[in-house]
Design a protein around this ligand. Structure first.
Ligand SMILES: *Cc1c(COP(=O)(O)O)cnc(C)c1O
Length: 399
């Protein structure tokens, strides 16, 4: 096929714009308030003893907030370590200039990946003797010590040495000359459940199992090895879970995983999800709205079409269940959420215009909508809501 040979190309060059020339707030975007992260970290740290360290968990691009921005502000707030899930996430942070210790929480099991971790100064999580041996060999190869954290399973049945095996194998691991055991840790499975302070709860049993194991390998007073167990929920539950360090994600972003919220704790959500009104129309009574016509207007209705949909990460099963804020008032979303757009009933509002900004998540005036609200309606957890937001939503830093 041949294109017509006109001066089309010249016109294209003259009028083309680059992607970066498009206003990030042209359609829908996420605003990230770095100062809120900093304040949350500071406040959470005030619940810890002076010697207890704070690891900021910034996996999944900082729970969708932008890992680099979150890391910088968490460090300002006093975080001394960072946690990521993958090798790539760790390398990305390192190459953006973050120089705090970084722990890879996921499992690396090939020599190739472990060498990459070593060369980027990333600490792997080690769950078996086999991986330990690989690390020791890598250390030997470079004439250095490979820093790592050992993980034990105390009831999650995911990563980690089996606890009995760990007790047997620890002496051998300690004798490896080219590894440096920076930490020993475990992970709680159910700390956000209501019964977690009950001595018979699985959370307390995990804690006891972990303590017993540390006693058996005689490292409970060894401050060269950092002992850590708590995620956000564990941290907020009780200081018995703190040990030498806590690994905090959700609460640093401004949301408590616990149903019972500590009244002295005033966490501030760092994420705002905002969208522009792209179109306004008025429909009569009895008119179907969106795919499947699941919503039918019961009166003459003014609709705002918002430029955001499930391809941006708004769960489709929230259709008809959420509200949107504009100037301190809530407006119901109606009809099926589509891939790129959704409709909102703005009947009675004269202020909302094409180009107005509405708030899907965050606060405006005294109205707040949280990922916890969405999670409840969507039958999931706030963690999943936060890390569902796609790259199509530009992240805009505000302070
Ligand atoms: C994600 C994660 C955390 C943080 O959990 P939150 O509940 O978000 O605080 C801590 N530890 C490990 C091993 C994790 O994978």
């Amino acid at each position: 096929m041949q294109f017509p040979q006109t001066n089309q190309r010249f016109i294209f060059d003259k009028y083309s714009y680059f992607e970066r020339d498009v206003d990030p707030k042209q359609r829908a975007w996420i605003e990230v308030n770095g100062k809120a992260i900093e304040k949350n970290v500071r406040q959470l740290r005030s619940k810890l003893s002076k010697s207890c360290q704070f690891m900021a968990v910034v996996k999944a691009d900082g729970y969708g907030h932008d890992a680099k921005v979150v890391s910088d502000y968490a460090i300002k707030g006093g975080a001394s370590e960072l946690g990521v899930a993958t090798l790539k996430e760790g390398i990305k942070l390192r190459s953006s200039g973050v120089n705090k210790p970084i722990l890879v929480l996921g499992n690396l099991y090939t020599k190739k990946d472990l060498i990459i971790a070593f060369k980027n100064n990333l600490m792997p999580t080690i769950s078996s003797l086999r991986e330990c041996l690989i690390c020791n060999n890598i250390g030997k190869q470079f004439g250095l010590k490979f820093s790592l954290h050992l993980k034990v399973d105390t009831g999650m049945s995911r990563l980690g040495f089996e606890s009995d095996k760990f007790i047997q194998e620890f002496e051998k691991i300690k004798s490896f000359e080219n590894i440096s055991i920076e930490g020993i840790y475990s992970h709680l499975s159910s700390a956000d459940e209501d019964n977690s302070l009950d001595p018979k709860s699985s959370t307390q049993l995990q804690r006891l199992k972990f303590r017993e194991l540390l006693k058996q390998i005689k490292v409970d007073n060894d401050h060269n090895i950092k002992i850590h167990l708590a995620n956000s929920a564990g941290m907020l539950l009780d200081k018995d879970f703190h040990f030498h360090m806590v690994r905090v994600g959700l609460s640093m972003y401004g949301y408590s995983p616990l149903a019972k919220i500590d009244k002295n704790l005033c966490l501030k959500p760092a994420l705002f999800l905002k969208v522009k009104v792209a179109f306004i129309r008025v429909i009569d009574q009895g008119v179907r709205v969106s795919y499947g016509g699941k919503f039918v207007s019961s009166r003459k209705t003014k609709l705002a079409v918002l430029s955001i949909g499930y391809a941006d990460g708004v769960p489709r099963n929230l259709s008809g269940k959420i509200k949107v804020i504009f100037k301190n008032k809530l407006y119901p979303q109606v009809g099926s959420i589509t891939m790129d757009q959704m409709m909102v009933d703005i009947t009675g509002s004269d202020q909302i215009k094409v180009g107005s900004t509405m708030v899907l998540l965050g606060s405006e005036g005294d109205k707040t909508i949280s990922p916890i609200d969405w999670a409840r309606e969507s039958n999931t957890i706030p963690w999943e809501i936060l890390c569902s937001f796609k790259n199509r939503l530009p992240r805009v830093q505000v302070d």
